[in-house]
Design a protein around this ligand. Structure first.
Ligand code: NZQ
Ligand code: ZN
Length: 382
């Protein structure tokens, strides 16, 4: 099957490496009102905030803090209202943190110009976004690729929803990737981040066989880089080689390049988002729980690609393709749990006996006619 037609454009400039925050200055207009958006305050302890303030110099700026992991609609709307007070045409947004901050800022950027209820903008998957406030990003947690992609995932805790949207208008203009910002990361976030990036590559690779050699070989290279440097960083967080390779691999895993012209299957993410929305588990953790089981369930459709992955990434060889695929699933699971130390059983994390959310969720998925899989032919029942 040949590569499908595609139209690829990624407009984000990347400033990669040590001490690159000051280089942002060259790309930030002088006459804007900057809003520095961040989370619980890690950037104030690790020097990133101070470096940004020096970089901004005399440019007008203010803070908006308190964006939570899995950014919440209600928190983000406070910043939308503040932007409107200032005048949306004057504002420039700076996202400083992990994927939740980048995603939250994408929502703020688009909601500022959206006519109507901004949650609808998310439910419409971003299809009606017509304008957005400009934004740039300083990434402090490699995982999501949000720093140079058009997607965002927004939570609305009040109604137990977690939903993604997409728009070319919310690509960050510039993103700084300085691996030294990772030095202050709690190990749990590094573990989650490597698993998240690994699963991103899989969602764009473990589908049907297609004659897309560049996409496939590049995807395999990214997976190998994540396995090799995942092992390294678990031994020593100070290892710059491991940090820099993980930061770049996580970016490339979801800057949309490897998805061009090939099928994608984001079912693991879709199910993972529902688990986070209902139980509050970390994003990376939900993926480690869901993906191996889903692969087992879909082994007939996915065995060829799983076998290819197994050979390229883990050196697995077996003349029987299905056996090879099964061994690959075990290796992937071992990578998540043994190498990266991420738990992959829901019962090890959430001991609640209340399973009512599952019925509520299934009823909604049925009503929405939700379909997943590379051929959009899987419902929650199949
Ligand atoms: O809030 P602060 O104090 O900064 O602490 C954060 C937060 O508690 C901390 N952290 C980040 N950088 C740090 C640091 N702590 C110390 N030192 C640093 N350098 O890490 C915690 C988690 O941050 P968060 O941004 O939530 O993590 P992550 O980057 O994993 O983002 C997860 C979110 O991204 C979405 C997920 O669904 C989830 O909501 N995703 C977005 C995607 C996209 N836009 O394309 C794709 C992904 O699949 C994913 O769904
Ligand atoms: Zn993810």
């Amino acid at each position: 099957m040949p590569i499908n037609n595609f139209n690829f454009h990624n407009s984000t400039r990347i400033l990669f490496g040590k001490n690159t925050i000051p280089q942002l200055s060259k790309y930030l207009p002088e006459d804007k009102h900057y809003i520095i958006c961040y989370g619980g305050g890690s950037i104030k302890k690790n020097g990133v905030y101070d470096s940004l303030i020096t970089t901004l110099g005399s440019r007008k700026h203010e803070d908006f803090h308190g964006i939570e992991p899995n950014p919440d609609y209600e928190t983000l709307m406070k910043c939308v209202n503040r932007c409107k007070e200032i005048g949306v045409d004057k504002v420039y947004l700076l996202a400083v943190g992990g994927g939740s901050i980048a995603d939250g800022v994408k929502f703020i950027a688009a909601a500022c110009y959206y006519h109507g209820e901004p949650w609808d903008m998310v439910l419409e998957s971003g299809a009606k976004i017509t304008n957005a406030v400009p934004m740039s990003c300083i990434l402090t947690l490699p995982a999501t690729g949000s720093e140079s992609n058009p997607s965002a995932v927004i939570s609305y805790r009040k109604i137990n929803r977690k939903q993604s949207f997409k728009s070319e208008l919310v690509y960050p203009q510039v993103s700084v990737l300085d691996p030294d910002t990772m030095l202050s990361l709690p190990m749990r976030q590094i573990q989650n981040g490597v698993v998240d990036a690994f699963v991103h590559v899989c969602e764009q690779y473990v589908t049907e066989l297609q004659d897309a050699d560049c996409q496939d070989r590049y995807a395999e290279g990214l997976l190998k880089a994540l396995v090799k440097n995942g092992e390294r960083i678990m031994k020593d967080q100070k290892d710059y080689i491991a940090r820099s390779n993980i930061m770049w691999a996580a970016n490339q895993a979801l800057n949309t390049l490897i998805a061009q012209g090939v099928k994608e299957d984001w079912a693991t993410h879709m199910i993972g988002h529902e688990i986070t929305a209902n139980l509050g588990l970390d994003h990376g953790q939900t993926l480690a729980i869901v993906q191996p089981r889903l692969f087992e369930l879909k082994i007939k459709e996915k065995k060829d690609k799983l076998a290819l992955l197994g050979l390229a990434v883990f050196g697995i060889q077996d003349s029987n393709v299905e056996e090879c695929a099964k061994k690959t699933i075990i290796e992937i699971e071992n990578f998540y749990t043994k190498t990266m130390g991420v738990k992959n059983k829901i019962s090890e994390i959430d001991c609640s006996q209340d399973k009512a959310w599952i019925d509520t969720l299934c009823a909604r998925l049925e009503k929405d006619g939700a379909k997943w899989g590379e051929n959009q032919n899987n419902t929650y029942r199949s």
